[in-house]
Design a protein around this ligand. Structure first.
Ligand SMILES: [Zn+2]
Ligand SMILES: [Zn+2]
Length: 132
């Protein structure tokens, strides 16, 4: 098994996927739960206040918002593409749709390129795009 130093506590641990050890991950989960608990009781709180009250860093709270694990109202979170207020995630809905569409397009062009590589050239037909 691959061993790695935990990025947080620097202890050596058998790395599976995350760059931090189980203990630190568990500590993160506990922190997340206390933030969630705090927000349930105080839904209208600024990120800075949540950080001060729970001990979770503002950066961490923002990370959870971007991961879609938390929601915030009041305009503290902005769409990364157009700057529109959002409550969770990275993009607002229209931008998310656009990103998804771009991804689809990218995927289908990759597919097309792959198909072209594997295509049988022996009976290829030439297209003439210019009218005579
Ligand atoms: Zn650790
Ligand atoms: Zn947007």
């Amino acid at each position: 098994m691959e061993m790695a130093n935990c990025r947080r506590c620097k202890r050596l641990f058998p790395r599976i996927r995350e760059p931090i050890c189980n203990d630190c991950m568990q500590a993160d989960e506990d922190l997340f739960n206390s933030v969630k608990e705090f927000l349930r009781e105080n839904p209208k709180t600024l990120i800075a206040d949540v950080a001060a009250e729970t001990g979770a860093s503002a950066k961490k709270i923002l990370g959870w918002l971007r991961e879609g694990r938390l929601e915030i109202v009041g305009g503290e979170l902005k769409c990364k593409s157009c700057g529109e207020d959002i409550t969770t995630g990275i993009f607002c809905e229209p931008c998310q749709k656009k990103v998804n569409a771009d991804l689809d397009e990218m995927e289908s062009s990759v597919e097309a390129a792959r198909a072209a590589l594997q295509a049988d050239r022996s009976n290829i037909v030439t297209m003439h795009s210019r009218k005579k």
